[in-house]
Design a protein around this ligand. Structure first.
Ligand SMILES: *[C@@H]1O[C@H](CO)[C@@H](O)[C@H](O)[C@H]1NC(C)=O
Ligand SMILES: *[C@@H]1O[C@H](CO)[C@@H](O)[C@H](O)[C@H]1NC(C)=O
Ligand SMILES: *[C@@H]1O[C@H](CO)[C@@H](O)[C@H](O)[C@H]1NC(C)=O
Ligand SMILES: *[C@@H]1O[C@H](CO)[C@@H](O)[C@H](O)[C@H]1NC(C)=O
Ligand SMILES: *[C@@H]1O[C@H](CO)[C@@H](O)[C@H](O)[C@H]1NC(C)=O
Ligand SMILES: *[C@@H]1O[C@H](CO)[C@@H](O)[C@H](O)[C@H]1NC(C)=O
Ligand SMILES: *[C@@H]1O[C@H](CO)[C@@H](O)[C@H](O)[C@H]1NC(C)=O
Ligand SMILES: *[C@@H]1O[C@H](CO)[C@@H](O)[C@H](O)[C@H]1NC(C)=O
Ligand SMILES: [Cu+2]
Length: 608
């Protein structure tokens, strides 16, 4: 028997709470008798990037059923290193999405102006299998806004121009224009898509994504995606303006008015309705939680039912059990709920986490009902929620990858997050969120990719562009928000094009002499959004294995709108550029034409 070259063998010492739930992977992986203890030890990859795991993949010949969720299709399973290999299914899944300017009333408080996808909030869920190609045509039917749709967390390996970040990877789509985004789902799990055009997603341009694949624990029923979000009675463009004014005097954005669970809730006056989910007694249910907020970190729980957490963002993890889960903006957690309590109705709770500087006038509730439970509202009470503003733990990726520590000191870079005054387009001194003393400000008719096409390296300073030239090397970044800043608060930091490895976080200033020992290089949490603690530091790493222009920004809608972003221009000479005369160029021409004809709609924020 050939030994696997690397990683991906389950830990022997799983926490007791998760043991029962855990699949006896070693049995099928190693055949009868299981492996010897020596073989089960996790191996440190020799260096750098994840290597091929074909040895492991060869063994995956089982089928995915309710009791073998670790399996997938021939040659691919939960042990597959999805950064290197995925099934090429040859299947293309097509979607058509139309964005319109309309009204909505998700919690019965009254109708307000909304921008919706296919007239629903949230928009249609995009469902595909691991390895499928997605072909999604977006039509912008708004009268007075551009748009661009970002497929959050999808790595876009060698398909950077499908990333939907206007001003970076494409021009905005003009009113009336449409664009087909085509890319392969090389990873699996739960995510969402949203507009990257200024604050537009806060007005409703969001939907969820479900990519079916293997899992680290078994379940019977997949309940699907379950987005939780803050909700404002003013539009996102109005709230962004208020937030910008408040920032001038060191203040935060206004509080949200309510929290919506799967697009609905009751309002403070009792109107509206609760979302209802049915649980089948005795069964295990998978629920795919997503925080699609603009401002608020949300902490969720289901009364009397602990969550068994099996994935964070697109990364399957060793299952662990918890009563409450804090979900930062853009973060996802896939959980399994066992319906083993009395047949009844139970409250699902979603509250803002005040320690994350979140504020909201409402609280989120929905109802989980066992089949056969009497009608009516639950009478259950919740347990006490933890108060810290940090990622859930322990987030131990199932496919174990280690980051080299030896190159850290030489290669690490530093990015300071702060407030600062800059002169705005209309000549005023305005306070913005800055990274490295510069607020990002993109031009939706002049994306970074156009600079690459033109071989033009005169990037505007406000593009906050950081070049990465070397291939397959580790990029280490210390992101710091020193305690001296006006109002140090936590920021959910999101990177496009990569999962980052979260090496550590801490308070105060990172010091190579004292903080280095606090970093974890051995299979650290990997994900695409994590918290930068208020007045503290965050250290991340990622390999330069995906040529493209990739944003890294705070996912608080108001903060990115106010400048809190950089972009990495990674291996620009190897980026797959748009074909000559392709749709990509039409998008730009249409946007330029629209702008010339509608000079009154000016971008008054970063454009992101
Ligand atoms: C969205 O609406 C368009 C136009 O009505 C329709 O063709 C398309 O099938 C809808 N998409 C989904 C996912 O429902
Ligand atoms: C949406 O419609 C309202 C009028 O109902 C209009 O004032 C606004 O400009 C429109 N917004 C967009 C983005 O088309
Ligand atoms: C969320 O709402 C949608 C639309 O109403 C529904 O199809 C879906 O089943 C709901 N999700 C859950 C987990 O109940
Ligand atoms: C969503 O994330 C924001 C910011 O990180 C946080 O304040 C809010 O509580 C989160 N919401 C949920 C439902 O987890
Ligand atoms: C119900 O399931 C949970 C795990 O989800 C477990 O911790 C608990 O002990 C079970 N309770 C009963 C009564 O079986
Ligand atoms: C930060 O900005 C300075 C110029 O003000 C620049 O020289 C430096 O390269 C920037 N740092 C990064 C990481 O881009
Ligand atoms: C390069 O970009 C700068 C900044 O946008 C622009 O002023 C200049 O004209 C461009 N040069 C070329 C040769 O396109
Ligand atoms: C987008 O539309 C909103 C109103 O719906 C408007 O306030 C804003 O100025 C528009 N932004 C741009 C850049 O067109
Ligand atoms: Cu922020």
């Amino acid at each position: 028997m050939k030994l696997p070259l690397l990683f991906a063998v389950p830990l022997l010492g799983l926490t007791s709470s998760s043991l029962a739930e855990n699949i006896p992977l070693s049995n099928y992986l190693w055949g009868e008798g299981g492996p010897s203890r020596a073989r089960l030890e996790r191996r440190t990859p020799p260096n750098l990037l994840p290597k091929s795991d074909t040895d492991l993949a060869e063994r995956a010949t089982c089928t995915n059923t309710a009791t073998t969720r670790n399996c997938w299709t021939s040659g691919f399973d939960i042990n597959t290193n999805y950064y290197n290999s995925w099934p090429n299914t040859g299947v293309t899944v097509n979607y058509n999405l139309q964005i319109t300017n309309t009204t909505c009333n998700p919690d019965g408080n009254g109708a307000r102006v909304c921008m919706l996808i296919n007239n629903s909030y949230p928009g249609p869920t995009i469902v595909a299998n691991w390895g499928d190609t997605l072909s999604i045509t977006v039509r912008n039917m708004l009268q007075h806004n551009g748009t661009s749709i970002h497929w959050h967390g999808l790595r876009q390996l060698n398909s950077n121009i499908q990333d939907g970040a206007n001003g970076i990877t494409e021009c905005s789509l003009a009113p009336g224009d449409s664009k087909t985004y085509t890319f392969q789902a090389t990873e699996y799990g739960t995510s969402w898509y949203h507009s990257h055009f200024s604050a537009q997603y806060g007005d409703g341009v969001v939907g969820t994504i479900q990519i079916n694949g293997p899992a680290t624990a078994n379940y019977d029923i997949d309940l699907g995606t379950y987005p939780v979000t803050d909700w404002y009675y003013k539009t996102a463009f109005q709230t962004a303006a208020i937030s910008q004014q408040s920032l001038q005097v060191g203040g935060g954005p206004p509080p949200g008015d309510n929290i919506l669970i799967n697009g609905t809730n009751k309002n403070a006056n009792g109107g509206g309705s609760y979302n209802r989910v049915t649980l089948t007694p005795g069964k295990k249910h998978r629920l795919r939680l997503i925080n699609t907020s603009m401002e608020n970190a949300i902490i969720v729980s289901l009364d009397n039912h602990p969550f068994s957490v099996i994935a964070s963002d697109f990364v399957p993890i060793n299952p662990f059990s918890t009563d409450w889960l804090l979900i930062g903006i853009g973060q996802r957690y896939d959980v399994i709920i066992q319906a083993n309590q009395t047949t009844a109705n139970y409250w699902f709770r979603a509250n803002v986490q005040a320690s994350c500087a979140a504020a909201n006038n409402g609280a989120g509730l929905s109802i989980f009902s066992y089949t056969g439970a009497a009608a009516g509202n639950p009478t259950t009470t919740g347990s006490t929620a933890p108060t810290a503003c940090q990622d859930a733990s322990p987030l131990v990726p199932w496919v174990s990858l280690t980051v080299p520590s030896t190159s850290f000191a030489n290669q690490v870079g530093n990015l300071q997050v702060d407030f600062g005054t800059e002169v705005s387009t209309n000549g005023q001194n305005v306070v913005y969120w800055q990274v490295n003393k510069s607020a990002i400000d993109i031009n939706p008719s002049d994306p970074t990719i156009q600079y690459v096409i033109d071989h033009n390296t005169s990037y505007p300073r406000a593009y906050n562009l950081i070049e990465i030239t070397s291939a397959n090397t580790w990029q280490y970044w210390i992101i710091e928000e020193p305690a001296g800043t006006l109002a140090p608060i936590p920021h959910p930091i999101h990177l496009h094009g990569h999962d980052f490895f979260v090496l550590g976080t801490g308070s105060g200033t990172f010091s190579t002499s004292t903080s280095l020992s606090q970093l974890n290089f051995k299979n650290p949490p990997r994900r695409d959004v994590t918290f930068l603690p208020g007045g503290g530091w965050l250290v991340i790493a990622f390999p330069s294995d995906n040529p493209g222009a990739w944003l890294m920004h705070c996912h608080i809608g108001w903060h990115v709108s106010e400048g809190l972003s950089v972009q990495f221009l990674e291996r620009k000479s190897e980026i797959t550029l748009p074909a000559t005369n392709s749709q990509w160029f039409n998008t730009c021409q249409n946007w330029k034409n629209y702008q010339q004809n509608h000079p009154i709609y000016v971008q008054d924020d970063s454009g992101l």
